[in-house]
Design a protein around this ligand. Structure first.
Ligand code: NAD
Length: 342
């Protein structure tokens, strides 16, 4: 039996209390859904700035009423220490996802970015410590590596972020490591690579590439590629990210605390290849997509050129093993967007 399966069975027999910040967002709502399916008690803290109540409502619907009696939702801001503290009270595990998530917006408004990703982060870290939370798992990002050309990315590389977003994620990691060494807190940082899947927002100026392209193709429009399309990403389906969070929260490996782990698939795909994979997946779901070709525009400031995770550390310390490939994940996502982009 895999470590993940073992942990899920243990959780099913002994439910715990979890706080998911950013639980109305893309990654957070998928975490909430999996936890509810495992019979856990889940609190959500979200200010609905980029997340949606509809995401939570959909999770409630998909999970079934009985299990969602275990869910409580608070519309609040992690910038308030009081809010963070009251929600951490009596919690076993925190999965901290709330953040200012847009690289371009962080370039436009570094102060807002800092307020959420450093001040808000520190509030959550402090509140979790004061409440005696067992493990504080938090979302970091491959943006901490910046444009260092060395590939694949390993966690011991020195990061040179090229955006305020990347810098604040690195600062959060350093605060977490410091809390571990001076207070004995048990934080674990997960450096997500390019996550995709159901409930990822295809709208807005800062939407991620996969939902944006799928939604454009479904409505017969041509997607935009910034640059020549040869830039690469390690795309990772949300189910792999959920796995990493649950493994990290429940780890009994003392050496994992105070550390950061790459969470990707260990494979890189160029944007040009991605475009082809999306078209293939659409055809497999029975859609007729022969028309639109991508439009190329100038590269965007702050965007990373190449990215690929070395996931050995997460495998070794946490037992992480990605189970959903990019193609499988694209097909699942397309089916979801077909049902939900009405
Ligand atoms: P998202 O925008 O869907 O989710 C973020 C959630 O946080 C939203 O629901 C938003 O309303 C909430 N939020 C923002 N500021 C808040 C505040 N001050 N107080 C309370 N709630 C607040 O984005 P996501 O893609 O689900 O990202 C989740 C986490 O994963 C973020 O920390 C992000 O930086 C990180 N991450 C995501 C990716 C990716 O590919 N999606 C990659 C690397 C890292």
């Amino acid at each position: 039996m895999s470590r993940y399966q073992e942990i899920k069975e243990k959780l099913l027999s002994t439910p715990r209390t979890w706080l998911v910040t950013g639980g109305a967002g893309f990654i957070g709502s998928n975490l909430v859904k999996s936890l509810l399916q495992l019979g856990q008690y889940v609190r959500v803290l979200d200010d609905l700035s980029t997340g949606y109540w509809e995401n939570v409502a959909q999770v409630i619907k998909e999970t079934g009423h009985q299990k969602t009696e275990n869910l409580t939702f608070r519309n609040g801001d992690i910038y308030s220490l009081e809010t963070c503290s009251s929600l951490c009270e009596g919690v076993d595990y925190v999965l901290h996802q709330a953040a200012q998530v847009s690289v371009p917006l962080s370039m436009e408004d570094p102060l807002l970015n800092n307020r959420t990703n450093v001040d808000g982060f520190l509030n959550m870290l402090a509140a979790a410590r004061n409440s005696g939370v067992k493990t504080f798992v938090f979302a970091s990002s491959c943006a901490v590596y910046g444009n260092d050309p060395e590939l694949p990315k390993t966690e011991d590389m020195k990061g040179f972020p090229v955006s305020p977003y990347g810098l604040t994620k690195l600062m959060a990691e350093q605060y977490a490591a410091l809390y571990h060494s001076i207070y004995g807190s048990r934080p674990i940082g997960l450096r997500y690579f390019n996550v995709f899947g159901p409930r990822q927002d295809p709208g807005g100026a800062y939407a991620a590439v996969i939902p944006r392209w799928i939604s454009m193709l479904l409505s017969g429009r041509s997607p935009v590629i910034y640059g020549d399309g040869e830039q690469t990403r390690d795309f990772c389906h949300i189910d792999n990210v959920v796995q990493a969070n649950i493994l990290a929260a429940c780890t009994v490996n003392e050496e994992a605390f105070g550390q950061v782990f790459n969470v990707g698939c260990g494979r890189s795909t160029s944007l040009n290849e991605l475009f082809g994979l999306i078209l293939d997946s659409m055809r497999r779901t029975g859609l007729d997509v022969n028309g639109p070709r991508p439009i190329h525009e100038a590269p965007r400031e702050g965007d990373i050129i190449h990215s690929k995770a070395d996931i050995t550390k997460a495998r070794t310390f946490l037992g992480y093993e990605p189970q959903v490939s990019v193609s499988q994940g694209l097909e699942r996502s397309i089916r979801w967007y077909l049902d939900n982009l009405k």
